[in-house]
Design a protein around this ligand. Sequence first.
Ligand code: ADP
Ligand code: MG
Ligand code: MG
Length: 252
Amino acid sequence: MSELVIKNLHVSVEDTEILKGANLTMNTGEIHAVMGPNGAGKSTLAAAVMGHPAYKVTQGEVLLDGENLLELDVDERARAGMFLGVQYPSEIQGITNAEFIRTAINARRAKDEQINIMEFINKLDEKMEVLEMDQDMAERFLNEGFSGGEKKRNEILQLLMIEPTFAILDEIDSGLDIDALRVVAEGINAMRGENFGALIITHYQRLLNYIEPDFVHIIIDGKVVKTGDKELAKRLEAEGYKGIVEELGLDV
Ligand code: ADP
Ligand code: MG
Ligand code: MG
């Protein structure tokens, strides 16, 4: 079992403090959802944990099995088992999807354990079928000309291929039609197991009808203000954030 601990995390962007002491602990075998109003700091949390240079950590720790991720470079964090599925995946010309994924897999493996080409192709075919993706997407340049939904499926393809220990998925459901949403959810559910944990950032309870979270956290104004189970997400859907703000007496 692995444990990811986000401890008293303070993060500034361009000298404005966005995260103001966020705490969150998760273990493999668990799916956590993070919800919160626009601008609460959800994407900032994801970016800071993965080491985006624009997000400056001023206080706190992010521990993966006791090792402080904040002291590692981005690629070292990936090698340690972290994966980030971003809200707006970049298009990269000149490198195919398949090459990108194979490089990412091999970066996490020792020199004498690199993935064999046949094993790679078979696995890629299998996962693309799960995600109902066209085979030709493997040979296209990374995300280039992909529709919004295709980009999101592609993030999940990377997830299924790379098999990280912990995945942070930022608004993986935004802009998806109901079929794509179901496929993306199936992909994430296929990863469920004792060696995998996910933090799913979402605005909508809708996704959580497909991926049942073990825990739901609410971020307001840079802090995790409440943690509950899936019923908490339903409550939010019904009453918005106002009820929580009042219940906790938050000054926002
Ligand atoms: P959420 O994902 O919860 O909607 P974000 O973490 O994206 O919120 O943003 C929190 C706040 O930080 C917002 O006020 C946003 O404008 C600001 N912010 C986030 N990223 C940047 C950035 N790269 N440059 C400037 N401001 C940013
Ligand atoms: Mg947002
Ligand atoms: Mg966001």
